[in-house]
Write a protein that binds this ligand. Structure first.
Ligand code: PDD
Length: 286
């Protein structure tokens, strides 16, 4: 069955969905995006994703063409038209189509381009990888300096993912000035004793919506959280490690650069956090 996707106010079969070759998103990666998970037909942490979309657009001086209510109804419409139970919704907003290629931004009244589509992943929350955990390699972080803005400049993260695949690993952790920033498309954590350690928020990492929820839930469960950078060596000698993202939720990491982390299987705290997170998110899904 072909998907029904959303393009600039219209719901269309995916094969009929088009945007201009001059769109700033296409020629300049002048665009921001969000990925929102869907479990049992309901949207996970929609409010958090809408708030970050607003911040990303604001940081780039792109107007937000739709209200929070519009996004919510559009997402629900996509879930319903595609009869999706579990999966993700991808949303992209670009600075629009100036009608030609030009480094200068187009006039502010140029309509933004809005595209959204579903990606069905039956059993997303029961991903068997969560039982065995991921292996990661480390690679230099060669991305730009505003990683807190969720832009579609994903070439380097894709290259890093390919380096991981070629090395037989599941993902790459990016390293800058000796410390891990984050994964290719997730935030990175280690656990030492009873303390969860993850890099502090700054322009250096994406402010994960899952990260915010997981840290809040960890603190509510009386777990210790330390927000600071850590090295690959510290990760290799940690008791546990994990990553978080809207699509992987809380995913244990059991190996870094070929070295086993802890017992080489998903740790107690990562496993507990995954349960608490999924439980809470199912309850608050909209
Ligand atoms: N990626 N860091 C980076 C670089 C990311 O691309 C992502 C999300 C995260 C986690 O953010 P969140 O918890 O809000 O999903 C951290 C999405 C899932 C993607 O690109 O598919």
């Amino acid at each position: 069955m072909s998907r029904i996707v959303f393009v600039n106010g219209e719901y269309l079969p995916e094969e009929d969905a088009t945007i201009s070759i001059f769109d700033r998103g296409f020629v300049m990666a002048d665009a921001v995006y969000e990925v929102v998970s869907v479990l049992d037909g309901k949207l996970i942490d929609m409010e958090g994703h809408q708030a970050r979309l607003g911040r990303s657009l604001e940081a780039l001086g792109i107007g937000n063409p739709m209200s929070d209510d519009d996004y919510l109804s559009m997402f629900r419409e996509l879930v319903s038209r595609n009869e999706m139970r579990d999966g993700m919704i991808y949303l992209q907003v670009t600075r629009g189509n100036p009608g030609d290629r030009d480094f200068t931004y187009p006039p502010a009244d140029t309509p933004q381009t809005v595209v959204a589509f579903t990606q069905s992943k039956p059993g997303l929350a029961e991903n068997p990888a969560a039982q065995t955990g991921w292996s990661v390699i480390t690679v230099p972080d060669q991305r730009w300096g505003r990683r807190d803005i969720k832009t579609t400049q994903l070439l380097y993260p894709s290259m890093a993912k390919m380096m991981a695949k070629e090395a037989g690993a599941d993902d790459a952790w990016l390293v800058e000035y000796g410390k891990i920033t984050e994964g290719t498309s997730n935030n990175a954590y280690i656990v030492k004793g009873d303390t969860i350690i993850t890099r502090e928020l700054s322009h250096d990492i994406l402010h994960g919506i899952t990260r915010a929820a997981v840290l809040r839930l960890a603190r509510e469960a009386q777990m210790n959280v330390e927000e600071r950078g850590f090295t690959a060596e510290e990760a290799a000698s940690a008791d546990e490690a994990f990553v978080t993202s809207a699509s992987a939720f809380v995913m244990p990491v059991v190996q870094i650069d070929g070295a086993q982390i802890g017992e080489g299987k998903p740790g107690r705290i990562a496993t507990r956090l995954r349960e608490i997170y999924l439980d809470e998110m199912r309850k608050t899904a909209v």
